[in-house]
Design a protein around this ligand. Sequence first.
Ligand code: 13P
Length: 248
Amino acid sequence: MARRRIIAGNWKMNKTPSEAVALCNELKDLVKNDDVDVVYCVPAIDIVPVAEAVKGTNVHVGAENFYIEDKGAFTGEISAPMLKEAGVEYVIIGHSERRDIFGENDILINQKVKKAFASGLTPIMCCGESLALRKAGTYKEWIARQIKWDLTDITADQVKTLVIAYEPIWAIGTGETATADQAEEVCKMIREIIADLYDQATADAVRIQYGGSMNAGNAAELLSKPNIDGGLIGGASLKPDFGQIVNA
Ligand code: 13P
């Protein structure tokens, strides 16, 4: 089944509002491609200016994080209705940096996936193993457990619209990319887990990205794999290289 490719940039904690607009303008012509969903997941303060800067283009706006309540005494947090009103369509949930640096666990991540769907946002739900788990050979069990926890009580119809990003932690920001075969092995396994948890139609519909040192040089090979439907790109999303990845 043909799944539409989705290439998302995760800008992380980079770009002030004026720098963000400058980057949008720099990338504007480079990321044109009507056959690909292109998403910029940007820092909260950049959402409004970026949404304005990409108006009328093929670029969709994403957030890097949000909290599960609509409003109230949650100092420092941002809610789904706030994101929606600002034009956000996608939100990254469960990134390893949120898990490891900010202590987010699978219970909260599952709550965020539910809240995102309830709010009309499409989750880009991240999973992936550490170097220790990769070396120990237990990475598949780890990822399977993450997926099951994070999708608790999520329906098949919701999963059909979900984006899952497989991001091996040892490949993030390290320059060490998983080989295309390593990435495909896990993305294929994730699709099989979805088939087991739901059904084959759901597994055929869910889009699975690879993330971790993806760049203009390795994107085409990774994206040629049957179970890799796109990329979640950190460092290279801040450069003209991102256009090459979109068009790889
Ligand atoms: P890099 O592309 O910088 O390795 O980051 C990957 C990532 O964490 C995207 O979410």
